[in-house]
Design a protein around this ligand. Sequence first.
Ligand SMILES: NC(=O)c1ccc[n+]([C@@H]2O[C@H](COP(=O)([O-])OP(=O)(O)OC[C@H]3O[C@@H](n4cnc5c(N)ncnc54)[C@H](O)[C@@H]3O)[C@@H](O)[C@H]2O)c1
Length: 453
Amino acid sequence: MKKSRRQFIKTSAVTGIGLAVAPTITFGKIPGPKKLRVGFIGTGARGLAHVRDALSRKDIEVTAICDINPEMLAQAKQYIAKAGQKQAKEYGKNEYDYRNLLDDKNVDAVIISTPWLWHTPMSVDAMKAGKYAGVEVSAAMTLQECWDLVNAHEETGTHLMILENVNYRRDVMAVLNMVKRGLFGELLHFRGGYQHDLREVIFNNGEQRYGGGILFGEKAKSEAQWRTLHSLKKNADLYPTHGLGPLAVYADINRGNRFTSLTSNATKARGIKNYIVKNAGNDHPSAQLDWKLGDIVTSTIETAMGETIILTHDCNVARPYSLGFRVQGVNGITEFDYYNSRVYIDGKSEAHKWDEAQKWFDKYDHPLWKKYENEAKGSGHGGMDYFVLNAFVESAKQNIAPPLDVYDAAAWSAVTPLSERSIENNGMPQDFPDFTRGKWIKRKPFNWLNDKF
Ligand SMILES: NC(=O)c1ccc[n+]([C@@H]2O[C@H](COP(=O)([O-])OP(=O)(O)OC[C@H]3O[C@@H](n4cnc5c(N)ncnc54)[C@H](O)[C@@H]3O)[C@@H](O)[C@H]2O)c1
């Protein structure tokens, strides 16, 4: 249901937020739209995928695009032309030109797909400008940034969605269906993580995104321009949300549950240096750098409801892709992946034997996937990108809180700074901030079994 200004102020009074800033609350900027007018900030690899998916929907008009790289802006224009749609207004004269896009009256909502360090400043500015904001993962890199997101939302009443597409993967949603229907019983333990050899992404030859080569920094292309530097400077779980997002939703985090503490440990760092030596020799200057990121970072998170989560970041050594999910309750367990998935449900599976997962995942196929399977065909990452965009658009059209909201963005992204601090301190436990300021106790879980978004 659409939340009126009055209802918001009522809620704010109960929860003790917002009243001091009530005059600046912006509402109703999104006209009960026929079409949601969306601006895209960042039209690199990911932003272009969002533009392409947006152009295939009848309820979106791509009214503005912004990128400081003219080549990427030109590609977005080509997509729009190919789709036979009216050209969007262009921004990108400098790093802050996105603020002019945010002033654009023809933009109701924005999708931010820029390098990580831009996510929070751009999201905060978007909320302040009253634009319904969708931000790519992760949403923030420091605890202060996590709070900045929450504060901007509470002060402005404008919503932010973290665009975590893995939450909408078909098997992830089938397991969600099973979790919410209680098949695993009371939940105890989860595992997941980002386990993806990214070395061909964070290094290239400056001409092609995956062209081989060992360039990084200004002259490199796409993520090698900016992502690699994080591995040079930081020892932390740099990319927690693909693994954590689904698990957080299973565990009702921020809605009756919350993360309470985290410990992290890192292995030695070998993968990046080995890659450079193999491709450019031991004498290459990049091989002499002190790459900080441990090859495998393992964090254990505790929740208020007594569950544990083991989260892994493993992106710099040779290995096949896997998010390595495990969900375990008192009545059952699943371990699932693209290639190897299994389920055991006590009393339904043969004692001590795994079932092949597909029969369970077919039976508990999520209503959204059943309904929109055809629409999702052809959209990115096996279709899950269709659903994350759909959730964003349906929430923005009604100007309601999205399913993956600002509190989720803050709590999931906080793993990066907390893990960095824990690793620095020999695995010392770090308290998780309660970004809901106590509201997690009463916040109701989102209705994840709906068939709309
Ligand atoms: N959810 C997913 O599956 C998924 C997949 C890939 C990337 N991502 C995330 O998406 C984001 C973007 O990644 P990418 O692969 O597209 O990177 P990219 O480097 O290809 O694209 C980033 C774009 O942002 C532009 N940019 C940088 N600063 C800007 C500014 N101040 N104003 C306007 N434009 C600016 C760059 O010119 C570039 O074109 C990252 O956060 C990444 O982690 C998510």
